[in-house]
Every structure is written in C-alpha cells, then in structure tokens.
Design a protein around this ligand. Sequence first.
Ligand code: FAD
Length: 324
Amino acid sequence: MSKKVLVIGEAREGTLRNVTFEAIAAANIISDGGEVVGVLCGSDSLEDMGKEMIYYGADRVITVANEELKTYTSDGYGQAVLAVINDESPEGIVMGHTSIGKDLTPKLASRLESGLISDATEVVAEGGSIVFTRPIYSGKAFEKKEITEGLTFATIRPNNIPAAARDEGRAGEVTEKSVDVQNIRTIIKEVIRKSTDGVDLSEAKVVIAGGRGVKSAEGFEPLEELAELLGGTVGASRGACDAGYCDYSLQIGQTGKVITPDLYIACGISGAIQHLAGMSNSKVIVAINKDPEANIFNVADYGIVGDLFDVLPKLIEEIKQMKV
Ligand code: FAD
C-alpha cells in the first residue's frame, strides 16, 4: 500500500550530508510508489538544497527557514518538523542515524506516541509490509522489525542503503513554510568542529584507523597520508585517544562512532570487543598488527602481521605507483 513518507534532511556547512540521499532511497522503498516529501530546516535560503533532495528522489520539499534554526537545537527543529508533520500527516518519517537524528527522532516519536526503528542497515518491502534490519548486541547479531501500519520513525545508518543516482532532470516543488519557533531552552554560543577537515568519519568510504600501536601523534602521519591517497579519513581506537595521540572525535567503537566504510584498515589496534562494536560491519577489513594472535585478525578479511611503520610506507609507495 503506497504511503506518504517524510525525509528530514541534514546539512553541514551549507551542504547536504550524503546520508540524506540514502534516507530518500529508504523512504522510496517505504512509500512503495507513494510520495516522498523532504523537510529542511535552517536560517538561510534552503531552495538549492531542496532541489538537490529532488534530484536524489524526493517528490517535493518543504523548507522552514528561521533565524532560530541557524544551528540545531532539539526544541527548534522539533517545533519546525512537528509543524510539517501536522500539515502533511505522513505515515513514515526517515532520517540519518546521526547525532541529530538520534536526538530528534525519539523526541518526536514520543511526542506523537509512535514507533521508532533506529540504526537500520537495510529496508525492504515484503508483501505489503516493510522489514527493517538493525544490528543488536554491538553488531554481533541482527534483528528484523516488520511494520505493517501506523506512523513509524526510522533512522538509517550511514553508508548502508545506497542512494539513487543524482538526476537533474527530476522536477518537484520546493515550498517554504513559516513556523513561529519559540521558547528554545538551549543556547548555542559557538560550534567548534573538532574532527579533522575533509571527509566525515561516519560517512567515509575509507577509514584508516590507528591504535595504541601508532605510539604518538606523529605516528599518525603515515595513516593520514594513506587516507588522503585513498580519499578517506583517519579514525582511532580509544587506546590511541586515551594516550593523547589524537582527538576523541576520531574514536570508533561502543562509546565512539559506529561506522560502515567500504574499506577499514586497522593499524596497531588489538581488536577489543568495544572497538569491534564500531567497525565490524565494515565491508572489507584489513588489519596490520605485529602480534599474530591479536583479536583484530578474527574479524579481518586481510591480515598483515608486521610492524605498521614498515608496512604503511610500502603500501603508500605501491598505491602511488598504481596511480601514476
Ligand atoms: P591495545 O589493546 O594496547 O593494542 C595495541 C595493539 O597494537 C596491540 O595489538 C599490538 O600488538 C599492536 N602494535 C603495537 N605496536 C605495533 C606496531 N609497531 N605495528 C603493528 N602493531 C603494533 N575502545 C575503542 O576502541 N572504542 C570504544 O568505543 C571503546 N569503548 C569502551 C567502553 C568501555 C566501557 C570500556 C571498558 C572500554 C572501551 N574501549 C573502547 C577500550 C577497549 O577495551 C580497549 O582498551 C581499546 O580498544 C584498546 O585500544 P588499542 O587496540 O589501540 O590498544
């Protein structure tokens, strides 16, 4: 049965995050030929980003521009999105499983007394119902949730549901809605970006992660060079963060970021269960460790037993040769 599904878009520094396009793809599966309506909140003109959502598969987009929505607050975005939900009466609402998605969707779902499926890695339409797959027990098992009727919120894990190809030929309306946003209880004084510039860790296709084996902040340099060569970014174990080699914003794992890149290279990481919780669903895992018994080799597709400071320069040289 076809449905109307809203997609809450998310932008960073004026550019839509890739997970927004993946959420549109998920919404198209849920809507089953119905309508996919994008929602964008912000303070400036959101028209160009609205069009971008249409190129990736939304049928139309509603923008809410208000000075109070310049930076995310759950009060502000909650009011704006709730106003759109009240107008549109959708049967499904999809968003990325990002920091904002994890904050906003439970708040709205509880307000509307509806369900929430969080961190879905797969969405399929099966004989009139929608089946979501989501990891449980820190990624050691997967559960399936079937939705047959009623409003349901869903957040999708970045890098799992492929976005549609961008098609500038797609047409759709971008309309502005005015919402009186008020009583915001959180004051954002400044937004400080701590992670390195470039590719966002949670959406990166290639992650080169360093652990305590990297031994120092300088030890991360070959990892950064390899990440740049492969168009990826650098991540870390908590061991490396605790040792002060890098910022905690790079931490991957149970108490860090959960990532699903196409390629994950662990350098000097032992593979503690708390670390595996954040990366074991990566599509291809390569581990470099000088201890052949290291637990990381139990989840690796390719293992290199050796000193990372010998292996990485050789790998970098080889890749440079391939690129010539
Ligand atoms: P180590 O375990 O010390 O491993 C270092 C590895 O480097 C070793 O295997 C060694 O053989 C190898 N090595 C050393 N030198 C070299 C070299 N030159 N070349 C190649 N290999 C080398 N951890 C996380 O990562 N993320 C989390 O989110 C997280 N959350 C946690 C939550 C809780 C509640 C707790 C209790 C712990 C958590 N931890 C987390 C910590 C986790 O248990 C481990 O302590 C941590 O992951 C270890 O980091 P590591 O692998 O870098 O260090």
